[in-house]
Design a protein around this ligand. Structure first.
Ligand code: EPZ
Length: 418
């Protein structure tokens, strides 16, 4: 088991380079299965989720080579084999092999996907869309068997603009016969990143970034290359660190437009920032005003920032409110923040945070990826030593987090406890 130990209170100064986006990379890798030739993906973050997906592609007889942050994937010899539980359950994104294998081989057998314990995480929108495209779905124990003699384009209306369902149905539709419309589609930038790769392969997708995506089926997808977009969730996490304990902390390699909802909240709280197109300089606010936040789908204040920004709300002068509207159980870090000295009350999916409360280092546990990130932030500003257990969650989504923070002055280390 890995642990992170932080000696808090160090002012952070210097430059943090943002990596490629986890939630784009974990879709782009399975999407490569649709290609009849080779796919190159650059700016891939070196995180454990990437390795898990490569293991699945190699199990399916795909060929993957890696150089620095670039992946070369050749899936011309891909086979549709059962994706076993020990691989499928490692991450939520394993479900992208449903759309990709259905789209390429018309058959997929895969055990339930995994994912952080932040809510029900159903996949009913995905399965309903596959059926509308002509697939049949059966279950054997915890395994899905999805197959189709042929996939025919159709109109699919999503009950909710689900990121995963939008991407998965796009993957299944690119080689279907005829035209598919995905209505009430999600608009997150990672959807455009995946759609751009598919179009570079020769797919015919329009409406990316809007709530209606049109896919005209094609027969053959040729080689292509794509760059993973910068991770707006990682960038947001480090911006929150800078707002709490930075001094001209430079967060580099960002896309400003992807961060607008967070930047607006930080400005309302009184955080001094110099904002440019591809980097932001941020410093600790002398006086943080309380703010109210409601998480929404993009371009609203995205749910993945909710847990990290909760730590900032503990330092605001007054009562702040955070309302989580996307997941049912996304405040598991709160008991640990309260153990450190925060004053947070939770009722349902709403948290009332009274500040400012000095935080004191102690032993805490990561329960999911972004809860773990919030505990790192808390440890960085706390007085004394914080030990975070189960940090494997954090390493799934934050490339070189200990190195990046050490480079700007944090006293932080990653240790292996047998
Ligand atoms: C993606 O999850 C991200 N994960 C999540 O990031 C992110 O929080 C989420 O999108 C929203 O932006 C990956 O990309 C791997 P959804 P996804 O489908 O696709 C419900 C992180 O921390 N729903 O938009 O699973 C679902 O339960 C992770 O990086 C159904 O009910 O998100 C949730 O309550 C966490 N049925 C809501 O919709 C379905 O078929 C949003 O889910 C699908 C989803």
């Amino acid at each position: 088991m890995k642990q992170i130990i932080i000696d808090g209170g160090k002012t952070l100064n210097g430059e943090i380079l943002i990596s490629g986006m986890k939630n784009a990379a974990v879709a782009l890798i399975p999407a490569s299965i649709l290609c009849d030739e080779e796919v190159e993906i650059t700016n891939v973050p070196n995180i454990s989720d990437k390795k898990a997906l490569i293991n699945i592609i190699e199990l399916l007889n795909g060929k993957v080579t890696e150089k620095d942050h670039t992946l070369y994937l050749n899936t011309s010899t891909i086979e549709s084999k059962t994706i076993p539980e020990n691989l499928a359950s490692k991450l939520r994104a394993s479900y992208y092999f449903m759309g990709a294998l259905l789209g390429r081989k018309r058959k997929v057998e895969i055990y339930f996907p995994g994912g952080c314990n932040i809510g029900n995480r159903k996949i009913d929108f995905h399965l309903k869309g596959f059926q509308l495209l002509g697939a049949t779905i059966s279950m054997e124990n915890d395994k899905y068997i999805i197959e189709a003699n042929q996939l025919k384009g159709t109109s699919i209306h999503l009950d909710f603009p689900s990121v995963g369902a939008t991407i998965n149905l796009m993957l299944a539709a690119v080689k279907a016969e005829g035209t598919t419309l995905i209505q009430n589609a999600a608009k997150e930038p990672e959807i455009s990143n995946v759609g751009e790769l598919l179009n570079k392969m020769g797919a015919k997708i329009s409406g990316l970034g809007t709530n209606t995506i049109k896919i005209e089926g094609v027969n053959y997808l040729h080689k292509a290359s794509i760059k993973v977009l910068p991770d707006r969730i990682e960038a947001g996490t480090y911006l929150i660190v800078g707002a709490l304990i930075g001094e001209h902390l430079k967060i580099k390699n960002i896309i400003k437009e992807h961060l607008e909802a967070l930047l607006s909240k930080l400005q309302s709280a009184g955080v001094p920032m110099e904002i440019y197109d591809d980097y932001i300089c941020i410093s600790k606010a002398k006086n943080l005003s309380p703010i109210n936040i409601k998480t929404l789908v993009y371009p609203g204040f995205v749910t993945d920032w909710g847990q990290p920004i909760t730590v900032l709300l503990t330092q605001c002068n007054g009562k702040s409110i955070l309302e989580e509207t996307i997941y049912e159980n996304r405040m598991a870090e709160v008991p640990f923040l309260n153990k450190m000295g925060a004053k947070i009350e939770v009722e349902g999916q709403t948290a009332w945070i009274n500040g400012p409360t000095p935080l004191i280092g102690t032993d805490v546990e990561a329960t999911d990826l972004r809860a773990g990130a919030s505990l790192v932030i808390a440890g960085l500003i706390a007085t004394g030593k914080t030990t975070i257990k189960h940090v494997e969650y954090i390493l799934r989504g934050y490339e070189r987090i200990v190195e990046k923070l050490t480079n700007v002055g944090a006293s932080i280390q990653l240790i292996d406890i047998e």
